[in-house]
Design a protein around this ligand. Structure first.
Ligand SMILES: [Zn+2]
Length: 177
């Protein structure tokens, strides 16, 4: 988190649009931080997005809409259900000569991999690994520490939040909940 992955995704999609390609961006329905149909970077750059459900039905709808586009973006892919089939569908779209860009988080706050992300990384032709800055020491942060009132917290896997709930941490400063 706070690694700039959404900003990077939007940058890549903007480039494709400047190049004259038809671009569509999808985001999971679970992510209600910003407007229903926008993806916004922490710096405030906005892009229209199509909100889809994180289950099999949502992935089916995504596939149908994506067929009309040359370039497909997916933000926060880790939120899709493990059995939604997102990875297979995106792989299929890539096989149809479409350009597919995905932003995802590889580990949850407990440091465990997101299954969807693991499989997406396996299918990907190219991977850009981005890191945030550790809030404790300034080193590269590869973990997300979930905090409640300043204390490392455990609980359900997905709680969508902003700065108040998550802190990027390096391996040394991360406390396993
Ligand atoms: Zn640190």
């Amino acid at each position: 988190m706070f690694s700039g992955k959404t900003s990077r995704l939007i940058e890549l999609l903007e480039r494709e649009r400047f190049a004259g390609r038809k671009v569509i961006l999808f985001k999971p329905e679970v992510d209600k931080r910003y407007g229903e149909d926008k993806v916004k970077t922490h710096k405030g750059i906005e892009l229209d997005a199509t909100v889809v459900k994180i289950d099999k039905g949502g992935v089916k709808a995504l596939y149908k809409s994506a067929l009309d586009y040359g370039v497909i973006g997916v933000d926060e892919a880790q939120f899709w259900n493990e059995n939604s089939g997102l990875e297979e569908v995106l792989n299929d779209l890539a096989s149809k000569k479409k350009m597919v860009y995905v932003s995802t988080l590889n580990k949850d706050y407990r440091g465990s991999p997101f299954g969807v992300s693991e499989r997406l990384l396996t299918y990907a032709d190219e991977i850009y690994s981005l890191t945030a800055v550790c809030t404790k020491c300034g080193e590269d942060a590869v973990f997300s520490q979930r905090m409640i009132d300043g204390i490392p917290e455990s609980g359900p896997r997905i709680v969508v939040g902003g700065k108040e709930a998550y802190q990027p941490r390096c391996r040394n400063c991360y406390i396993k909940p």
